[in-house]
Design a protein around this ligand. Sequence first.
Ligand SMILES: [Zn+2]
Ligand SMILES: [Zn+2]
Length: 119
Amino acid sequence: MNWKHGLMLLPLLAAAYMVGCGQTANEPTQTTQEAAHTESSESNTHTHDGWWCVEHGVPEEQCGQCSAKLAAEFQKKGDWCKEHDRPESQCFICHPELATKFTALYEAKYGEQPPKPTE
Ligand SMILES: [Zn+2]
Ligand SMILES: [Zn+2]
């Protein structure tokens, strides 16, 4: 009674053969779609509009650490922490409580906490 077995196996063999065929047809379908990603230029991802200096936790226009011109003005006023090379009024190392004054500005503008300073 082997013919019964044979009949039952035939479709299975056929299926296996077809699957095998499909797999061997290994077309290089993975075309390089990375070109689409390069479109989004990420220059100002860390701030909403560049107003806030994430690095130093103050508005950019007041950042005595980013602007040499502002730094000179702060120094002229005597508002300068020589130890940390930044305006005394922006030295959160000497005056951690001052940071809240600036973060409050950010919160007033955007209604959320500013991003954590990177240093
Ligand atoms: Zn800065
Ligand atoms: Zn200081």
